[in-house]
Design a protein around this ligand. Sequence first.
Ligand SMILES: C[S@@+](CC[C@H](N)C(=O)[O-])C[C@H]1O[C@@H](n2cnc3c(N)ncnc32)[C@H](O)[C@@H]1O
Length: 210
Amino acid sequence: MSPPAPRLVVPGRELLGPGDWPGVFGRSAPLVVEVGFGKDTFLLEQAAAHPERDHVGVERDPHRVETFLERAAAQDLGNVLAMPVSAELALGLCFGEASVSAVHVYFPDPWPKVRHARNRLVQPWFAREIRRVLAPGGVLHIATDDVPYRDQIIAVMGGGGFENLLDERWAAAAPHGHETAFERLWRRHGRDIHHMLYRARESVPTGSGG
Ligand SMILES: C[S@@+](CC[C@H](N)C(=O)[O-])C[C@H]1O[C@@H](n2cnc3c(N)ncnc32)[C@H](O)[C@@H]1O
């Protein structure tokens, strides 16, 4: 009998290198990543619905990670793990080139003050790392209620060589139908929601800076 998959993955401990995911999960399968899952259950539902895929949640708040792992254990999900680290570390160091089939980012912190906008996750470095880690045909699904951040996402991802797969520039609901905890909160407050779905264009953009 093989040992149970470790559910908490720390780079340099359970994960020895960016190409080590088959070793961690004990098999080779399409890899789905969510960044900043918070209190939401999207990735757990995906793991339950898609036993043929492996799922990695990245969340820097250790309390959220603990709750997430308790839920994964309660559901006996062997195809989902969590990394208690920042997106910067995870995307920069923990996934190999063309190794991820989808990245999900729902309601990243908006940092609404102009002087704090540089703290937002979606910056040119983020677009470069997403381009690097996505497998051919892989997608980034991202959503926000914050209009300035929505516009920043559109500018950064467009400048980073991504095309939007939605008919419009954004959709008011997720194509997969799941509403995250923050999405439900902001809908109750009457805010508009913006979902975007990106796939990398084939040619690498030049001069995207950042
Ligand atoms: C506004 S909450 C959204 C939670 C969830 N995605 C939802 O839609 O309900 C943002 C989450 O992202 C996490 N987070 C923010 N910046 C992060 C980063 N750089 N790396 C990893 N997690 C991050 C926060 O700890 C928080 O749990």
